[in-house]
Design a protein around this ligand. Structure first.
Ligand code: PMP
Length: 424
């Protein structure tokens, strides 16, 4: 089976994929994993918030600024051409990474949030009318809720929310029922950052397309965990962030099908997004530049390309298989801790362990774990509706990457036991 996210990656890890996979060796590539925290070796389990960067990414960014720094698409001089080649070459790498059909379907953004806002402000503003509907799920990150609320308010359209089960799984039956001739767009998260749920996006997209409705997928948490093929998914838009994929902050990608992007107006105006300007009228540039106003984050793009190259060298099938094993191990350890309740127990899950504990607030867990060198997230994870759905103010969340090990999971469990002792 081709392990595309959304196809039960957690259930069917590819065991042969793990042959030759060496997290200990991989860890050497990440300088930040060598730091100590409160005198203890860092156990970094906050990868859903952001990932650490391999030396190859750091080197690519330094090389760019030391040897290639110049603006793109503007100069005839040597360095400008080098920078332009690096920038446009990175687009091809991203296109291959997502298996998109064309380079011009890849728009560089500031991140997932920026990509979703682009679609809301461009596609949403053009096509939404009063009484229309946009469908999101109950497990969205705020960045896939608020942009839709803003444009729906402006257009007097309605936001519909697909409910989830107590395990944190999408109610596909309800989703199907909610699709109607008023639905103009579906915006759904691929992998939930708060619960780890892998949504059946392929089925969701097929159901929406049967009614002519386009689908945006929030891929912030999926690209770093398993292969994603936008043509196989047949999604209309796919957004992700470089910093969650071992690349720099401030850079991201919006994939969009060419015919949709062609029909959409620019989101922002400025340099590079035009082909001709007079005070009477401006002609816009072709794709993807129409959506890339101003000097882009060139160093970020270069770093993102290096991150993708690094991830591809390890292999996304290997990553998916390794993390599925790590998640199973961590789930077993944490489930055995008295008074601990996992929030998010979907059958298809990526490497997120979100939990609450009897009598200990999530922030206190986070603080005690930190004293042990274990970095987890504590809070609402920018998914307040998820917290409300499960009746908790916050959770503690450990989230894994391919450089984490079973020893990290052991350290997590040990630190949780310490928290229990402190609060006993
Ligand atoms: N969606 C999901 C599922 C996320 O986890 C995040 C980041 N936590 C975002 C969107 C937003 O990403 P960014 O802040 O990089 O734009």
């Amino acid at each position: 089976m081709k392990p595309v996210v959304g196809q039960r990656i957690a259930e069917e890890p590819c065991q042969e994929c793990l042959v030759g996979f060496g997290p200990e060796k991989i860890r050497q590539d990440f300088p930040a994993l060598r730091v100590t925290v409160h005198g203890k070796p860092l156990v970094y389990l906050d990868n859903a918030a952001t990932t650490q960067k391999p030396q190859a990414v750091l080197d690519a960014v330094v090389r760019y600024y030391t040897q290639e720094n110049s603006n793109v698409h503007r100069g005839v001089h040597f360095l400008s051409q080098v920078a332009t080649q690096a920038y446009d070459g990175a687009r091809t790498r991203v296109r291959r990474f997502l298996n998109a059909a064309h380079d011009h379907e890849i728009v560089f953004t500031r991140g997932t949030t920026d990509g979703i806002n682009l679609v809301a402000q461009s596609y949403g503003r053009k096509y939404l009318r009063a009484g229309d509907e946009v469908i999101v799920t109950a497990m969205e990150h705020h960045s896939n809720i608020v942009p839709w609320q803003m444009i729906c308010d402006e257009k007097r359209a309605n936001l519909k929310v697909v409910p989830i089960t107590d395990a944190g799984e999408l109610r596909l039956d309800e989703y199907e029922r909610m699709l109607s001739d008023r639905t103009r767009l579906v915006a759904a998260v691929h992998v939930s950052n708060a619960l780890g749920t892998v949504n059946p996006v392929r089925e969701m997209i097929a159901l929406a397309h049967a009614r002519g409705v386009p689908v945006l997928v929030d891929g912030a948490q999926s690209v770093s965990h398993a292969p994603v093929d936008v043509q196989a998914l047949d999604c209309d838009f796919y957004a992700f962030s470089g910093h969650k994929l071992f690349g720099p902050t401030g850079i991201g990608v919006l994939y969009g099908k060419a015919e949709l992007l062609e029909a959409m107006p620019p989101y922002q105006g400025g340099g590079d997004m035009i082909s001709a300007v007079t005070f009477e009228k401006t002609l816009y540039n072709t794709l993807p530049y129409k959506f890339e106003a101003g000097t882009p984050h060139i160093a970020g793009v270069v770093g993102l390309a290096a991150a993708i190259e690094y991830v591809e060298r390890i292999g996304r099938k290997q990553i998916a298989a390794y993390e599925a094993d790590l998640l199973a191990y961590g789930t077993e350890l944490l489930s055995a801790i008295p008074g601990l309740r996992l929030i998010g127990t979907a059958k298809d899950k990526a490497g997120v362990l979100s939990f609450v504990m009897d009598g200990i607030h999530a922030h206190d867990i986070g603080t005690i774990l930190d004293m042990e060198g274990v970095a987890v997230r504590a809070g609402h994870h920018c998914a307040m509706p998820v917290m409300k759905r499960f009746g908790v103010p916050a959770t503690a969340r450990a989230s894994v990457a391919f450089y984490n090990t079973r020893a990290d999971m052991d350290a997590l469990a040990k630190a949780i036991h310490k928290a229990i002792e402190v609060f006993a």
